[in-house]
Design a binder for this molecule. Structure first.
Ligand SMILES: [Zn+2]
Length: 474
C-alpha cells in the first residue's frame, strides 16, 4: 500500500519531497513512541473523573505544536474542555487551511471485551491497538508529524495552517459554537480540512463528500394522572401507549417514505453523477447484510443501499418506553408513554423548519383523549462538499500519488456537528479528509489503526501541503 502503482507514472512534483521522506524514514521509531505517549493519556471527555487527563492531553499537544514550529500554540479554555489552537501564517500568497481533529476519545466500556488495557497501546499484525489509535488521536498525530517533517527539513511550511484540535467531539461539540464565535478573529481561512473520517470498505482510499443532518425529537404522550386499572377503564380511556404506537405507525409507510407533509419539499433529488459514483463503489450487499445480522434490508425501493444511506433522508424511533416493564403481568392503562424519534436529513432540508412540520403532524394525528407534547432535543444541518472543490481535487491527487490508487467518493449517513458549524458559523467550505481503516472499531473495544494508513497518510498530508503551497486552491 505504501508503494504507488508504477503504472501511475507520477509527475516529479507528485511525489513526496525526498528530504521530507528521508526525515520520516529516519524518525519512524520516535514517531511511534510519541504516538503511544499521546494514546496513553486517557482523554475521555464525557467522564468527569478524566477532566485532569483532558487538560494533560491538551497541554501535551500544545507543547508539541510549539516545539515543532507552530506559533500561538495554546490550550484555549472553554466552559468544557480546552480547544488546542496554533497557527503558522508566513507563507505569503499561499492558501490558509484550518486543520480540525479532536483529542478526546470515547469511554472504554465494555472493558472486559478489550484484549489488553485500552490505554496501553501496542502493535499487532500491522495495527496500533488502543483507544484513540484511530478516532481521532491517531489522525491528529499524523498532522503533527507531517508538519514536523516539513518544519524540520525547511524551517517553514509551504502554506498557512491554523490548527483547531477539539476536546469535546465525543460530547456533542457543545462548547464549539461559543468558541468559534469568540475566536472568529483568528479563524480566517480559505477552507477547513476535517480529519475525522476514513477509507471505504476494503481499506480503499476515500473522500467523504457529504454527511447527513439530524433532527432529534421526543414525543411525550400522557393520559390519566396515574396508571389506572385496565379492567375498570379499558375501552373507555385512551391508552397513551396505544396512542403513541398509532402516531409512530403513521410517521412512515411500508415503503420507507416519511409521511410528514412537506418532509421532502426541500430534498435535492439524487444527481445522476452521484448515483454513478455510488454505483461504482465496490459494495457487497450480502456481506453488509451478514455483518448487520438481519434477515432482509428495508427502505425505499427506488434507491440502492448506498443511496439510501448517503443521499436520502429517513426517520427512526431510537427508543420507546412507558407502562409496565417488569416480569409477569400487570393490568394497567399507563399514565404516559414516550418515544425518541430522530430524522437523518439531506441537502437542502432545514432541521428547524422540519421540526415545526413534524410537531404539527404529530399533534394532528394524535387521537383525542391524550395530551401530546413534542420536544426538540437536537439539530444539525446536512453538509456536502463539491467534488470539484479545489481542496477535494488536491486531496484526491495526493491520495492517489501516495496510496497508489484513485480514491472513491463516499456519502456518509452520519453527522459530524463540527463540520456544519464551520460551514454555517464561519461560512467556510469543509473538506472531509481522513485515513482510518473502515474496520477500526472506533467507539468499540480493540480500536485499531492500520500502521500503513498512518505512515502513508503522513506522506499524503506532506505532499498535499506542498501541492497547495505551489498551486494554490485552483
Ligand atoms: Zn472522531
Amino acid at each position: 500500500m505504501t508503494t504507488p502503482d508504477p503504472a501511475l507514472d507520477l509527475a516529479p512534483d507528485m511525489v513526496v519531497d525526498p528530504a521530507v521522506e528521508a526525515h520520516l524514514a529516519a524518525t519512524r521509531e520516535a514517531r511511534l513512541a510519541s504516538y503511544f505517549e499521546l494514546l496513553r493519556i486517557p482523554s475521555v471527555s464525557t467522564l468527569p473523573e478524566h477532566a485532569g487527563d483532558m487538560r494533560a492531553a491538551a497541554a501535551w499537544i500544545a507543547a508539541e505544536l510549539a516545539r515543532i514550529g507552530f506559533e500561538h500554540a495554546e490550550a484555549s479554555p472553554t466552559p468544557g474542555h480546552p480547544v488546542v489552537y496554533a497557527d503558522w501564517l508566513h507563507a505569503e500568497g499561499a492558501p490558509t487551511v484550518i486543520v480540525y481533529c479532536h483529542y478526546d476519545v470515547q469511554p472504554v466500556d465494555p472493558i472486559e471485551l478489550w484484549e489488553t488495557a485500552p490505554f496501553e497501546p501496542f502493535v499487532r499484525d500491522g495495527r496500533v491497538i488502543g483507544r484513540g489509535s484511530a478516532d481521532d488521536k491517531g489522525q491528529l498525530h499524523m498532522h503533527l508529524r507531517a508538519a514536523e517533517a516539513l518544519f524540520a527539513t525547511r524551517g517553514r511550511l509551504p502554506l498557512n495552517l491554523r490548527v483547531v484540535f477539539e476536546g469535546e467531539e465525543e460530547a456533542s461539540s457543545s462548547s464549539m459554537p461559543g468558541w468559534l464565535e469568540a475566536n472568529r478573529h483568528r479563524l480566517a481561512a480559505d477552507v477547513v480540512a476535517v480529519t475525522d473520517t476514513g477509507f471505504f470498505e476494503g481499506n480503499i482510499p476515500a473522500i467523504t463528500e457529504s454527511l447527513r443532518g439530524i433532527l432529534y425529537t421526543q414525543i411525550d404522550v400522557s393520559g390519566p394522572p396515574t396508571d389506572v386499572h385496565s379492567g375498570s377503564y379499558g375501552g373507555n380511556v385512551e391508552n397513551p401507549a396505544n396512542a403513541l404506537a398509532r402516531i409512530i405507525a403513521e410517521l412512515k409507510d411500508r415503503n420507507g417514505l416519511v409521511q410528514v407533509p412537506g418532509f421532502y419539499d426541500d430534498v435535492v433529488p439524487v444527481d445522476p453523477a452521484v448515483r454513478a459514483r455510488l454505483a461504482a463503489l465496490p459494495f457487497d450487499e450480502a456481506a453488509y447484510l451478514a455483518r448487520i445480522g438481519v434477515p432482509a434490508l428495508a427502505g425505499e425501493a427506488a434507491y440502492t443501499v448506498l443511496e439510501r444511506e448517503g443521499a436520502r433522508p429517513t426517520l427512526d424511533v431510537n427508543g420507546i418506553w412507558g407502562g409496565f416493564q417488569g416480569d409477569g403481568a400487570k393490568t394497567i392503562i399507563p399514565a404516559h408513554a414516550h418515544a425518541k424519534v430522530s430524522m437523518r436529513l439531506v441537502a437542502n432540508q432545514d432541521p428547524l423548519r422540519l421540526f415545526e412540520l413534524f410537531r404539527a403532524h404529530v399533534l394532528e394525528i394524535a387521537p383525542p383523549g391524550v395530551r401530546v407534547e413534542v420536544q426538540r432535543l437536537g439539530t444539525g444541518r446536512p453538509v456536502s462538499t463539491s467534488v470539484d472543490q479545489p481542496l477535494v481535487r488536491a486531496v484526491a491527487k495526493a491520495l492517489q500519488a501516495t496510496f497508489g490508487r484513485e480514491p472513491v467518493f463516499m456519502r456518509s449517513g452520519g453527522s459530524i456537528p463540527i463540520a456544519e458549524m464551520f460551514e454555517q458559523q464561519l461560512g467556510l467550505p469543509v473538506v472531509l479528509m481522513g485515513f482510518t481503516n473502515p474496520d477500526d472499531n472506533a467507539h468499540a473495544p480493540n480500536e485499531s489503526m492500520v500502521l500503513a494508513n498512518y505512515e502513508t497518510g503522513i506522506r499524503t498530508i506532506c505532499l498535499l501541503w506542498d501541492m497547495l503551497g505551489r498551486d494554490g486552491l485552483e
